[in-house]
Design a protein around this ligand. Sequence first.
Ligand SMILES: Cc1cc2nc3c(=O)[nH]c(=O)nc-3n(C[C@H](O)[C@H](O)[C@H](O)COP(=O)(O)OP(=O)(O)OC[C@H]3O[C@@H](n4cnc5c(N)ncnc54)[C@H](O)[C@@H]3O)c2cc1C
Length: 467
Amino acid sequence: MSGNGLTCVVGAGISGLAAAQELLDRGENVVVLEAAHRAGGVIETINENGLLFEKGPNSFPSTSDEILTLAEKAGVTDRIITAQEAAETRFLFHKHHLVEVPSGAKSFIKTDLFTFWQKLRILCEPFVAKRKSELPESVAEFFSRRLGSAPTRTLVDAFVSGIYAGDARQVGIEATFPLLKQMEDEYGSIFKALNARRKKRKNGEAPKMTIKNFQGGLSELPDGLAKNLGEKLRLGRKAKHLKQDKNGGFILTVEGPQGIEEVRAQKVVLAVPAPIAGLLLTGVSPFVADLLFDIDYAPIASVHAAFPESEINLPTAFGYLVPRPSRMRTLGWLFTSKTFTGRAPEGTHVLNGFIGGALDRGVVKADADALQYILLGELSLALGMHSFPKPSFFGITNHEPGLPQYMVGHAHRVKAINKLLRDCPNLALIGNYLEGVSLNDCIKKAKAAVADLMNHEGAVAEKEDVA
Ligand SMILES: Cc1cc2nc3c(=O)[nH]c(=O)nc-3n(C[C@H](O)[C@H](O)[C@H](O)COP(=O)(O)OP(=O)(O)OC[C@H]3O[C@@H](n4cnc5c(N)ncnc54)[C@H](O)[C@@H]3O)c2cc1C
């Protein structure tokens, strides 16, 4: 397989598919190589006799402009659904039971999550001075400074482990929660920034955020994009080796159904996890490869389970997260069928749970029976039950290599990678390990990387014209 001006995208997760769609839109000659026999990467919806489970990501916020634009291109805009009101209620597992996360002043005053003195400390946030040092700071340091250390251990730990499978003491605020860092930089306080947002919402300038998915699950998005690509998407093709040719293009060695084949491309977009991109780049840019190997991933396993309604008494809510000091191994459970309609037949609950993360790396290697025992035992404890709930369906997906961890100083590493990549203008790196883990951030990065890759061509042509 070869072609003049061919751009080869390696990996058909959401990053690779978004990049390929951008290349198609620009009228470029593109081919996508994907090792698996389906597109979507970690996005995978399964339908088990009318039970709809997400093996990977579960939803996206309504503010995800990049997803909404891509959904239009994939022809699935009319398939988008909004979470039921129940999704506004979220719980934390705190002191052996579920406690609602306060969503306003009244619930904050009443909540058992914080003591009186902790509440007072939190309310002092607008008066806490902005940090002067430019040195990178961890998420735990940032919140301990702004809200106090006890609320950080309760609330922030749960969000960092539940959403990023991370350790709040290790991951950096700048890369993990850039918006909160920006709020402090711009307003001097998170509360002041949130207040300004609330006022905007009242004036109709900022719409209320809701949670979204597609009627048939998140896989509808990659499936639609794969359809657009048609035969340009080659499944079951694993990139094994990458080298540069004399003209600045690339030769990829690929393992496919017919054995080893060669793909010659003018430009390459690597949309695979960092350790795989590192392996492919050892011969092209060993320094970039070295930086990629250093990016840490936290292993995570997701669980999909269904229960007859008679088996568990589920609160009407989005789900719950578990702060690490609680010593529970479960990271959290999402009450999927309470959040979205059409996930389960009448009389059945569908739930998605998560286990593993940066602080419990070994547990995902336990056998399926042991994991089921831990997860259901802890679920019954959180729901205040006296026996194990018996699932009508239970499945576990181990995500390899897991979720990338944006350690303190991550932004510097990304800057260094981008700088070194200037020596390889026909190569782009995209994926969730660079500038955001969320689906929306992955798409944004993919589009920007393609624009850079193609603009470079324009810049060279312009330079040559001038010469
Ligand atoms: C359990 C879980 C829950 C999540 N929940 C949410 C959520 O609710 N909302 C949200 O916004 N985000 C969520 N995320 C994050 C988000 O889903 C991911 O960051 C994003 O989907 C990553 O996409 P990607 O394309 O960068 O990588 P991937 O999806 O990992 O895609 C990489 C692709 O490259 C392929 N590949 C690997 N090696 C090769 C090779 N040598 N040759 C060819 N192909 C190769 C793989 O098969 C894969 O298809 C979640 C992530 C996980 C793991």
